[in-house]
Design a protein around this ligand. Structure first.
Ligand SMILES: NC(=O)c1ccc[n+]([C@@H]2O[C@H](COP(=O)([O-])OP(=O)(O)OC[C@H]3O[C@@H](n4cnc5c(N)ncnc54)[C@H](OP(=O)(O)O)[C@@H]3O)[C@@H](O)[C@H]2O)c1
Length: 227
């Protein structure tokens, strides 16, 4: 399948590498491809710049947000949550129409320091804002509640015995994403939380996730729903 990934951060790179490894044709989108390739400094997590990463993942192409959105049959939003609507506007509404859009983003405000505060209140969510702004896209909120390496390789923690959530208004889109999570990435416990308003709940898990990160001092942990 052709996949367009919006975002060159650790999420975009992790998902791109995994999907390319599974044989999908992946194009990653950025605001300015030349500027992204010209970066020499490590990213904010100390990882090598995109150019170095791409040399190790030669099958993954880089283009503009619009290139990625036009390329993908399946799209992934892995942009900074506070800028996701801008990034998706750059991607182009027509390029999103009819396509499944996996929204991994969290809108967080780092302006007051750590831990960041959620930018969207309890009566709305970034996922819903994206769906309202681009009604012809088929938004599925998923994978926003764990760190990037775990998203695509849950088996590295607790034998994969932990939980991912999906939410969205389009049952077929959710089934496609759930299949990708289970058959592609190896998730064993994917809970369908219902329509896209459930994105409020998974986005509101972030304050808990961030506090846990502070307490545990490692990002490789996840929620497990026992029942
Ligand atoms: N990091 C994690 O483990 C993790 C876990 C769960 C959820 N998330 C969520 O996943 C998303 C991606 O996280 P990340 O850490 O990989 O990367 P990030 O640093 O949050 O976002 C990087 C991407 O956002 C784009 N961007 C930033 N400002 C922009 C603007 N003003 N206009 C348009 N695009 C803009 C960047 O574009 P350029 O490529 O042009 O620079 C880049 O592609 C975030 O919403 C984050 O909250 C992250």
């Amino acid at each position: 399948m052709r996949v367009g990934i919006l975002g060159t951060g650790m999420v975009g790179k992790a998902v791109a590498a995994r999907l390319a490894g599974l044989g999908h044709e992946v194009l990653v989108g950025t605001r300015d491809p030349a500027a992204t390739l010209a970066r020499e400094e490590p990213d904010r997590y100390g990882s090598p710049p995109f150019r170095v990463w791409q040399e190790r993942h030669a099958a993954v192409k880089l283009g503009s947000f619009a290139d990625a959105a036009a390329h993908g049959e399946l799209l992934v939003n892995a942009t900074a949550g506070e800028a996701s609507l801008d990034a998706l506007r750059l991607a182009g509404e027509a390029n999103l129409a009819g396509k499944v859009l996996v929204d991994i983003a969290n809108a967080l405000d780092y302006s007051q320091g750590m831990p960041p505060r959620p930018l969207v209140g309890t009566a709305d969510s970034l996922g819903e804002r994206i769906q309202r702004a681009f009604p012809a896209a088929r938004v599925v909120k998923a994978l926003n509640t764990m760190s990037a390496p775990l998203m695509v390789d849950p088996g590295q923690l607790a034998g994969g015995d932990h939980t991912a959530f999906v939410a969205g208004d389009d049952p077929d889109a959710k089934a496609l994403v759930t299949g990708l999570l289970t058959d592609g990435f190896g998730w064993r416990d994917v809970i369908d939380l219902g329509d896209l308003s459930a994105a409020r709940a998974t986005e509101m898990l972030l304050p808990v996730w961030l506090r846990l990160w502070g307490a545990l001092q490692v990002p490789l942990f996840n929620f497990k729903v026992v029942r």
